[in-house]
Design a protein around this ligand. Structure first.
Ligand SMILES: C[S@@+](CC[C@H](N)C(=O)[O-])C[C@H]1O[C@@H](n2cnc3c(N)ncnc32)[C@H](O)[C@@H]1O
Length: 299
């Protein structure tokens, strides 16, 4: 008898089913999703083929309802024939959600445990991978300014979503979010009044342009691109949770290669390097905050 098991099931469950001699069939939805991501890759060179199947399925099913599309094959056809539809689907697939000083204790740990090391460098390069609409980038710029390090820092902020990068470049956020951002800032060890950093205009908070003077926003995919600079600090937060293990390993490889001697890596609250192929090449600096440090002597 064939046992129905989804490709979204944990690999161990799929392997177990095969091991037990159960014939199993991949669900139609899984096949359609595979064809959709393959088509997107072939047509637009965006590679979603190694994203976590379960989360990708949720995102695509949500896109179907939002775009009033009856089926995944129909969505595939629209995406392939209309770049405008692809741009819409990209918004659903990339999950452009962020906030300033997200997980304030992470930024407090950065300030207390990483900044003292960064201070010892004449110039500092930071890579924020998967920067989305820029909230995390401006948070780090504010932190570095307060620690007197922004002027000697260069921040590369990268993402695959051009609409998110455009928004990030503007440095304008909804005024309705500022209350939450202010609370986060205060909990993260912020040293000034948060209002010092922006001008309120109608429904928008326009952030001080000088914060962005040393920020380079760029298109870069962790799935297909290579390393472009040596850095002392890499932040990649709430991005790897959407990748499968193979793609997470690829990203960790890029971070390891980018980081100079004893460089620092900050991940999201639900992310860890522990079970990756790079686990032994990093040591925890603040484990609860997901801040790791490159071990010495390992290529
Ligand atoms: C949930 S947001 C995280 C934003 C921010 N890092 C934070 O923690 O608030 C995930 C971001 O990862 C980006 N992303 C997804 N796949 C990517 C890839 N292959 N390479 C680079 N960025 C990617 C998305 O476009 C999105 O902006």
């Amino acid at each position: 008898m064939s046992k129905k098991i989804s490709l979204a099931a944990p690999p161990a469950a799929i392997a177990e089913a095969a091991e037990a001699g159960n014939a199993f069939q991949v669900t139609t939805t899984d096949l359609e999703l595979k064809r959709l991501t393959e088509a997107i890759y072939l047509k637009y060179s965006y590679d979603f083929r190694d994203y976590s199947a379960a989360s990708q399925k949720r995102r695509v099913l949500y896109a179907l309802t939002q775009l009033a599309c009856p089926s995944i094959p129909e969505l595939q056809s629209r995406v392939v024939h209309d770049p405008g539809v692809f741009q819409q689907v990209l918004q659903y697939l990339t999950i452009p959600v962020s906030e300033m000083f997200r997980d304030p204790s992470f930024f407090l740990a950065l300030r207390q445990q990483v900044v003292p090391h960064l201070r010892t460098y004449a110039s500092i390069k930071v890579w924020i991978a998967g920067c989305s609409t820029g909230e995390e980038v401006y948070s780090l710029a504010i932190l570095l300014r307060e620690e007197g390090l922004l002027e000697r820092s260069l921040i590369y902020a990268t993402d695959i979503n051009p609409a998110s990068l455009d928004k990030a470049r503007q440095g304008i956020f909804a005024l309705s979010s500022i209350r939450g951002f202010t609370a986060n800032y205060q909990q993260s060890g912020g040293k000034q009044a948060f209002a010092d950093y922006y001008t309120a205009a109608y429904a928008a908070a326009i952030f001080d342009k000088s914060l962005a003077a040393n920020i380079v926003f760029a298109d870069h995919s962790l799935a297909t691109d290579s390393v472009f600079s040596e850095t002392q600090l890499v932040l990649c937060r709430n991005v790897l949770i959407y990748f499968n293990k193979k793609l997470q390993d690829r990203a960790f490889g890029l971070f390891h290669e980018s980081l100079g001697h004893r460089g620092f890596l900050g991940l999201g609250r639900k992310e860890s390097i522990d079970f990756s192929s790079y686990a032994t090449r990093f040591e925890p600096l603040a484990r609860a905050e997901r801040i790791f440090r490159k071990r010495p002597g390992l290529a």
